[in-house]
Design a protein around this ligand. Structure first.
Ligand SMILES: Nc1ncnc2c1ncn2[C@@H]1O[C@H](COP(=O)(O)OP(=O)(O)OP(=O)(O)O)[C@@H](O)[C@H]1O
Ligand SMILES: [Mg+2]
Length: 333
């Protein structure tokens, strides 16, 4: 039984076998040449859970499927298969009329606050519109009061309420994007690289804001980043993705202290400053990142892995519990 199953009762979000395959049809010339359609396995059967009030950091190289996972959980795109349970309700079998509740409960903060805020609307409009849609504030004065409360929570004030997004700095805009996510009293907030576009000093402020809001409002986070120091700072638990798969998951401290999967070890070895007191494990991977297009059977790391066994090319290693809330997908531990 995986740790995901064991934690089912206490999980706010439980994801099982979540899959998103994109069919690539190719251009007219490839069709004329008789080339077959390819399948890009962006997310290929992942399991994870997030307990109420905790932060799960999702980390992995560019293209491994992090944003696709975020879009699937928020139901911006339809999965090809799998289960998504929020508070034990199966989101994929909900009637369309009930999806509004889910959209309210799960909010997404994007990487780029420049393109995610409508430049023609004031902050008052941007923050009050979601409240109107979900019937959370009716009168103008109630809306204004809630908007001011949100602005205060994210470190902005009354003087900002009638301004437009272009009148703010990048860090302030991300504060507004966070306030907009909070405007509908969500339970789960998904940050898709929400600090990656910001200056390093501003990143720390926004990460601290995420933490404070979590404490004050009891929020649960799925926090996506490719920067390990960001993931380490913000996460209670971490899931490591590689080419559409979760290869390792566990409590952040334990995972950074003793990574088990060769891919996690290589990721940490590439960032020597992660723990200045301890030399990182010396491990590097050969070759290029594997492709998610029609991947061969077996482990996705096959061909690059220094611990490879003959079975690795044949059988995909399942993600299995290895004690202390840790899970790993590797034939050669
Ligand atoms: N609509 C789509 N059609 C076809 N392929 C897609 C589509 N959306 C994403 N992909 C592919 O799915 C894979 C995963 O993409 P995704 O955006 O989830 O990666 P990511 O981990 O968020 O990367 P990054 O760190 O660069 O943001 C990539 O190979 C991407 O090209
Ligand atoms: Mg992404």
């Amino acid at each position: 039984m995986s740790a995901g199953h064991a934690a089912a009762g206490e999980a706010l979000l439980e994801v099982r076998g979540l899959t998103k395959h994109f069919t690539l049809h190719g251009d007219i010339y490839s069709k004329l040449a008789g080339e077959r359609t390819q399948v890009l396995k962006a997310v290929d059967g992942i399991d994870f859970h997030i307990r109420r009030g905790e932060t799960l950091g999702l980390v992995g190289e560019s293209g491994c499927g992090k944003s696709t996972t975020a879009r699937l959980v928020t139901r911006l795109i339809e999965p090809s298969g799998g289960e998504i349970r929020l508070k034990e309700r199966d989101l994929l079998s909900l009637p369309p009329g009930r999806m509004k509740d889910v959209r309210k409960s799960v909010q997404l903060v994007f990487q780029d606050p420049y393109s995610s805020l409508n430049p023609r609307k004031t902050i008052m409009h941007i923050l009050s519109r979601p409240m109107e849609i979900h019937g959370l504030a009716r009168s103008w004065s109630e809306k204004r009061e809630r908007v001011l409360d949100l602005l205060r929570r994210v470190g902005l004030g009354l003087e900002h309420v009638d301004r437009y997004p272009h009148e703010f700095s990048g860090g302030q805009r991300q504060r507004i994007a966070i306030a907009r996510a909070l405007a509908v009293d969500p339970e789960l907030v998904i940050g898709d690289e929400p600090v990656s576009a910001l200056d390093v000093s501003i990143q720390a402020q926004i990460l601290n804001l995420f933490r404070e809001l979590q404490e004050d409002l009891g929020l649960t986070y799925l926090f996506i980043a490719h920067d390990l120091s960001v993931i380490r700072h913000i996460s209670d638990r971490v899931a490591v993705m590689y080419v559409g798969k979760i290869v390792e998951a566990g409590p952040a401290a334990a995972l950074f202290e003793k990574p088990l999967h060769p891919y996690t070890q290589a990721l940490l070895a590439a960032v020597p400053e992660v723990d200045p007191d301890k030399p990182p494990p010396r491990l590097s991977l050969r070759g290029e990142v594997s492709t998610p297009i029609d991947p061969p059977p077996g482990c996705r790391l096959c061909g690059r892995c220094p611990r490879q066994l003959p079975i690795c090319a044949e059988v995909e290693p399942p993600l299995v519990a290895v004690g202390d809330d840790r899970e790993v997908a590797c034939h050669n531990l």
